[in-house]
Design a protein around this ligand. Structure first.
Ligand SMILES: [Zn+2]
Length: 107
């Protein structure tokens, strides 16, 4: 495992990229998902909202296959992914047991 997990407790908080400070999750925007070049993925427990090609390339399944898999577990998928030096932000969605995950990497 080569990731670092950062917990965000406040569901209404914007999420900033740790490398360029871009707000990849910006509640002020109508399109509140705004990935930057360091964003590997943005996902909720229900599925991926955004995925970078370089991250999808290292997953054992394509995103379409993952979404069709009824036993899929997004958290397991992203934390078992063999991507070096990932930072995963885990944000509480304010709904019981539901989270949003945002992955960043410099490369
Ligand atoms: Zn960035």
């Amino acid at each position: 495992m080569s990731y670092q997990l950062i917990n965000i407790v406040d569901a209404t908080q914007n999420i900033l990229c740790p490398f360029c400070q871009h707000a990849v999750l910006d509640w002020q925007q109508e399109q509140y998902i705004q990935p930057c070049e360091h964003t590997l993925f943005m996902a909720m427990d229900l599925g991926f909202e955004f995925i970078a090609d370089r991250f999808e390339a290292i997953l054992p399944q394509s995103v379409d296959e993952i979404h069709e898999d009824l036993s899929m577990n997004i958290y397991e998928t992203i934390t078992q992914a063999d991507y070096p030096n990932m930072q995963i932000y885990k944000a509480d969605l304010g709904v019981e047991g539901m989270f949003r995950y945002v992955g960043f990497s410099l490369f």
